[in-house]
Design a binder for this molecule. Structure first.
Ligand SMILES: *Cc1c(COP(=O)(O)O)cnc(C)c1O
Length: 378
């Protein structure tokens, strides 16, 4: 037997409270017993999103929420601005192009965050831009874009500000309303501690106004219909009842902990992971704004990043993530997101040390663990 540890930036481990809740017998999504379940989920999501806006609940992975956030607010041929700083930024471009939008890409060097001035300039240069698409955490590089500052810039224009916060939610204090994020997407299998299968999308009044004139074809993800149904504690299609019951259990855990403590926990875990990497002389891949959800670490010279990822998984049962695309072999990634605590970091760091030593890299065992422990004890 080998005990497994899931430390990937999605899917993430699901806590027992949520697992047990999801084992309840299926109830019918149009029967009265489901209404309070959805009502509670809806309110819980508004709490988590720090918003008074509607937060739609969709049965899809996070990408479904991204797709809906393109075709519900725009018309084919509309000018849009995409911040592309990695694989997920690239996904915004592909989705927008699939629906016929005219994409201007702000290509950001991987490992860096977009400079807010660049967004400001791009918006000034083209007043026809109808929406700005960006990630909170670009999971492929482990970098955060400065959403608070960007929101302030986009708010001054007529453009919609759409944020993929799928891997950032729960780990970061995201002030949807205070900052003015129009559309923000979340997913169940990241910080929200559930299996894959739900996407969440908050929608501001500014966005709903655009939805009124958006003619892009849509069927499954029809946000106006979802809003109408949500007001009756329903979803348009068959509700993923078990996942929504699990969502209530997961949100209750976060509420019991308190939002501020949830953010503090993620900050502590991220700092401990980074300190361990530094103690092991492993450079962080992000050159700025490292995410609190995951840590992307460069493989040392002469060591294949994919071998680190693979040995962690095969030899020690620790599933992290490797690098994507051009980062394959160059980095490996460890998440500390959602149902994560002190000994998840210790496990990851101890595993990394053992794997590196096994691969012939000079490591004094315990160096990274000790550095992490110092921070985790504070
Ligand atoms: C995980 C993730 C997604 C969603 O991917 P799905 O496979 O559709 O769940 C989107 N954006 C970011 C930044 C992510 O980390």
């Amino acid at each position: 037997m080998q005990k497994k540890y899931l430390l990937a930036p999605g899917p993430t481990p699901v806590p027992p409270d949520a697992l047990l809740a999801m084992a309840m017998p299926i109830i019918h999504h149009r029967a009265p017993d489901f209404l309070p379940v959805l009502d509670s989920a809806k309110k819980g999501l508004q709490w988590l999103y720090q918003t008074k806006n509607d937060v739609l609940i969709l049965c899809s992975t996070g990408t479904g929420g991204m797709v809906g956030s393109v075709n519900n607010f725009l018309n084919p041929g509309d000018d849009v601005l995409v911040v592309n700083g990695g694989k997920f930024g690239e996904r915004w471009t592909k989705i927008c192009q699939a629906y016929g939008m005219k994409v201007t890409e702000l290509v950001v060097e991987w490992g860096h965050a977009v400079k807010p001035e660049q967004v400001e300039e791009a918006l000034k240069k083209n007043a026809k831009i109808k929406a700005v698409f960006v990630q909170y955490t670009e999971t492929s590089t482990g970098v955060n874009h400065d959403i608070k500052t960007l929101a302030g810039i986009v708010k001054k224009t007529d453009a919609l500000f759409v944020v993929d916060a799928i891997s950032a939610l729960v780990a970061h204090d995201i002030r949807t309303d205070e900052w003015g994020v129009d559309v923000m997407i979340g997913g169940s299998q990241k910080g929200i501690m559930l299996p894959p299968g739900l996407a969440f999308v908050s929608v501001s009044d500014k966005a709903w106004k655009m939805a009124d004139t958006a003619k892009t074809p849509k069927f499954y993800f029809n946000f106006k219909k979802e809003r109408e149904n949500l007001s009756k504690n329903q979803t348009t299609w068959t509700s993923p009842v078990s996942l929504i019951i699990g969502l209530n259990a997961a949100i209750k855990m976060l509420q019991d902990e308190g939002l501020e403590n949830v953010f503090k926990r993620h900050d502590r875990l991220a700092r401990a992971t980074r300190a361990a990497a530094a103690a092991l002389s492993l450079p962080l891949y992000p050159k700025e704004n490292p995410s609190l959800s995951l840590t992307a670490i460069e493989a040392p010279a002469g060591v294949d990043g994919q071998a680190i990822y693979k040995d962690l998984r095969v030899k020690y049962g620790i599933t992290g993530a490797g690098g994507q695309d051009k980062l394959k072999g160059k980095i490996f990634r460890i998440a500390h997101l959602g149902y994560a605590d002190t000994f998840d970091v210790i496990t990851a760091v101890a595993g990394i040390e053992m794997v590196l030593k096994g691969l012939g890299h000079p490591v004094k065992l315990g160096t990274g663990v000790a550095a992490a422990q110092e921070i985790l004890m504070k």
